[in-house]
Design a binder for this molecule. Structure first.
Ligand code: APR
Length: 312
């Protein structure tokens, strides 16, 4: 830890960034800096959060700014800057505009917070995490993308709702890209220790998988403008907590692979041990043949996206 109190900087004070700031600040987890190209928006949200601090009983500090110098000495920098989807758009449709923003933000992070751990949230997630990794030149354990924690939570919430069981009784994971090709891993999904396949018919499982994959789009179409932010910010919050508290828990995050799962030079969602160093281990779990093929198809989709938009 680089000071007495940990410091988390959040780039992008929009829906995801500001909600994450609120979660971190109000839980007393860390001091928070909110940076946005719209400086006054970042300032206003930070002042608003500070005004509630006595009520929420937090002693942490919060600052809103447009100046990247304020991110110096951050333990963690979270990148949420960029455009969100509109109804009818896929996450991929955001790539050219968000790549320009994320590249610029990465240069600032490298300059002002070279020893931070970076959590990428901007979509399309796996390509943006790859871009941050390449632009900052940080070690792979220090650049991770948020997706699997969110997609896994969506999968669990839908299963619990269908089976009418407590959410805490379910363990599940969603690997692969944070996109249309994500892979909810049925062989690793258990309800009270029982395999999901013993408790639910195949067509019902397939329908929940489809709903999990489309959940982001379903929310975008309800909201009309903007995309999900309560659950994405909750997912990032859990990752920030795992890092700052060095919990070593297993979380699915988008990680740079160097041969694991037979893949190299790619960011993709895989189970990892998360602790104070960031990604402390990539866990090469066994997948069924069908799941392994779906995972590799997902990797192919990420590679295509990177090749056609980021490498040209
Ligand atoms: N530097 C800093 N902030 C920027 C920059 C930049 N170059 N460009 C845009 N921003 C800011 C915007 O001013 C805005 O406040 O990023 C913020 C994005 O906020 P929202 O539009 O509310 O989007 P949000 O819902 O937070 O989603 C952000 O996360 O989940 C993903 O798909 C989502 O890519 C999107 C990102």
């Amino acid at each position: 830890m680089q000071g007495s109190c940990p410091k988390v900087s959040i780039i992008g004070a929009g829906a995801v960034g500001a909600t994450l700031a609120q979660r971190i600040f109000e839980s007393n987890l860390a001091d928070v800096v909110l940076v946005d190209i719209l400086e006054k928006v970042a300032c206003g949200k930070a002042l608003d959060l500070m005004d509630g601090a006595p009520i929420m009983a937090t002693e942490r500090s919060i600052l809103g700014t447009g100046d990247y110098a304020a991110v110096a000495d951050s333990d963690i920098v979270v990148i949420t800057a960029g455009l969100a989807r509109k109804p009818g758009m896929s996450r991929e449709d955001l790539i050219s505009k968000n790549a320009a923003i994320v590249k610029d933000v990465s240069c600032q992070v490298k300059r002002y917070a070279p020893s931070s751990i970076v959590i990428v949230v901007t979509n399309p997630l796996d390509s943006m995490a790859y871009l941050v990794y390449k632009t900052t030149g940080f070690k792979r354990e220090k650049v991770l993308g948020m997706a699997g924690v969110l997609d896994g939570s969506r999968f669990i919430a839908l299963i619990a709702d269908d089976l009418k069981v407590p959410r805490a009784s379910i363990t599940a994971m969603v690997l692969g890209s944070h996109g249309d090709t994500m892979v909810p891993v049925v062989s690793k999904t258990f309800v009270g220790g029982e395999p999901l396949t013993k408790l639910m018919a195949k067509d019902r499982i397939e329908s929940i998988i489809k709903r999990t994959c489309n959940r982001g789009a379903e929310i975008v179409s309800c909201l009309g403008t903007g995309s999900a932010y309560y659950s994405p910010s909750a997912a990032v919050f859990s990752m920030v907590k795992a890092i700052l508290r060095d919990t070593k828990e297993i979380m699915t995050v988008s990680a740079y692979l160097e041969g694991e799962f037979g893949l190299k030079d790619i960011y993709i969602g895989v189970p990892c041990r998360i602790g104070r160093a960031g990604i402390e281990e990539v866990l090469e779990i066994d997948l069924s043949d069908e799941e392994s093929s779906a995972f590799h198809r997902s990797a192919q989709a990420i590679r295509q996206s990177i090749a056609s938009h980021l490498l040209c």
